[in-house]
Write a new protein. Sequence first.
Length: 533
Amino acid sequence: MNSLPFYIVDVFAEEKYTGNQLAVFRHAQELSDETMQKIARETNFSETTFILSDAKRDGGYDVRIFTPGTEVPFAGHPTLGTAHALIEAAHNRDLKVILDFVPGHTSDQHPWFRESRSSRDNPRRDWYFWQDPAVDGGPPNNWLSRFDGKSGWTFDEHTGQYYLHSFLKEQPDLNWRNPDVRAAMLDVLRFWFDRGVDGFRIDVSYRVMKDPQFPDNPPNPDWHEGMDPSLRLLEKHNKNHPDVHHFNRWVRSVADEYDRRVLIGEINVALPNLVQHYGQGDELHLPFNFRLLREPWEPAAIRAMVEQYERLLPAGAWPNYVLGNHDIHRVATRVGPDQARVAMMLLLTLRGTPTMYYGDEIGMEDVPIPLDRVQDPWELFVPGMGLGRDPERTPMQWDDAPNAGFCPAGVTTWLPIAADYETVNVVTQQMQEDSMLRFTRRLIALRREHPALNMGAIKMLDAPEGILAYVREDETGRFLVVLNFTGEPQSWTLPVPEQAVQPLLSTHALTPAGLEAGVLALQPDEGLLLAYN
Ligand code: TEU
């Protein structure tokens, strides 16, 4: 396993277009540059959904077609040929393509579900979870839907039973305990591997296997009014079931039929549980580590998390860190725009595959969404609690043209374009030597140039409060990273001789200042990368 950055592209175009999600990780030094834009234009991928839904109740996570054919599946949609064009264009530029695989549910418009709901004795009935009503006629148990906190079961008049949906009622859950479901879904992976995709990000992989007895979930003692309503029960029996490790091994055995393919699991659990998803090297290559999205933005908390993770990782397991994605407010908004570069330096100098979300490399922030433009069902069902995910899903800001160069002028984009696009965009930042984009590229270039920064060991150092400091090293080199998490200047008498360190890169200055009398002076919100002999 190497450690090239992953870059998540979340594409939402015109209203009539379906958004798709596609992670691309790059061998290239540059990010979000004209190459990405060219690929987008060449293959028209902003108008494409490879794993298809035209229903789009949940941003495309309501899949109607897993394996498109050569026919145009829905009006206005491109065909499999477009997918080929994208994969080829990316591979020609030494980029890898990772698709999002949604194993847990389909759209209720998927032909499988249409058949399943048609009668109790349909051969596909058991492909989904159908249960009789409880004695009072209500749902079979108390499991909740993640998006509205109401029952996770919807009654089907026609056949007199309830079906389970962990998310929207338009997203019925698939029953992976049925061997035919398993075979069909594993064939979806093969379909795309055969067409050259380099791996999958597996949507909520830890929810796929549920307790087959459907016991009630216990109440969450920490829940109180005003919190996300779906959290009032602990999801004890409908996710994280021990059988998820079977699922991991099923998908892994398919990936192992091919050369050099990667499986990434979307798994939101504490680290001791997370690392179990590596298995004995026979489960997922990279269970996503989302801790940077959740920890308080404080050196002590980040240090403790990194140390715990490093301690828990099984032998041979390669770590990873996620700084942003389409489900969480943008990093520049979470930690504040002043800390955005510190966060980027952290992500790109930790030991592990870094995942960044499109636009974070130019410092895009959450965009306020007017009520009449809200798309995310979560916000529609539970308004005003900040649960909606539209603010972080607005179009990529390519240049200062109308619609930020994301799509032609005059088109109404799926979500509004940020007000700051005329200055916060790729083309403008390419021209500014001290831009966030150029800074991010320099970090990636250093990471590529120095194996110690990429694959080397990590050791956290004791530093004054407000500073996070660590060393990355291997037999080829040694580096020191010092991050000021505060808006105040900081100074630190380095625990090493002054002549041993050489500043390489600062979040602030193009030429970072040297040390004076062994004291490292950090500006507010400054991060420094130093070579250390
Ligand atoms: O999200 C999984 C999930 O569990 C979400 O409820 C997550 O906890 C939430 O978005 C806060 O981070 C995945 C996809 O990433 C998300 O976009 C989909 O809506 C969801 O699955 C259903 O497919």
